[in-house]
Design a protein around this ligand. Sequence first.
Ligand SMILES: [Fe+2]
Length: 280
Amino acid sequence: MLTIPDLIDLDRYPLDRPGSVAFAELVAQCQAMHREEDCANLTGFIRPDALTALAVEARDLLRNGYQKSQLRTAMFDQGDPDKPEDHPAQRIFREGSLQLASDQIGNTLIRGIYEWQPLTDFLAAVEDRAELYPMADEFQALNIIQQSHGDSLPWHFDVNHFTITLLLQASEAGGDFVFVPDMRNGTEVDFETMQKIFDGDESQIRRPSRNAGTLTIFRGRNAFHAVTPVAGKTPRITAILTYDERPDCVSSPRGNTFVYGPRVEAIYRLRREASESQGT
Ligand SMILES: [Fe+2]
């Protein structure tokens, strides 16, 4: 089994040497990227010769993925009855993907990367937080998503504050990660900018260039983000690693059912039934 030094290019990204000058320089470099570009993009984070193993592992796991084709708004619902019909919160998009929830990704190479404490510590240092934690949500913590020809991930915000994405396999065309920073502050959403984006205004859209093996750090709770439609016969495969300042950050059963579909809905139903029968 490949170990962390086989997978992550620690010569280039010395996450295993906190306290060293090289580590401090890397953190400072990432913080500068965050300030200037609102996301830190680490190309070649995964060693090229380890990429195949991670992609093969992901493809294998994805055989049990949830084939999603759903219509939703950018706010992960079917529209807001309290808002006018032409409001951007009413705009419906199709999300097409093959998705694995965290509980479907067992003791794997990608799980080893996600749970490697120096990666969490590095992210906390970049984000200038005393401590970060892998998200406690049993379904959202670590995901693998595949988009095939014609699939896309429509615009949205994340539930958690900090997200790392790791591109495991790039598509031949399309599949660009796009985002607009700082569009949500607390519960305040910048719907004016959202309207402009939906009307085709690309002036505020960032499009970092990424290859397979690139690690991207960004603030998905505040950044409005999407993946453009994938084209070609090679699917785009990404691992999504989520973290939060709270050790107990979880999504709601309703939110998880919406994201992960009937399998997760059934898990919640069985638990509800079991606790009801215990209570009687
Ligand atoms: Fe996201």
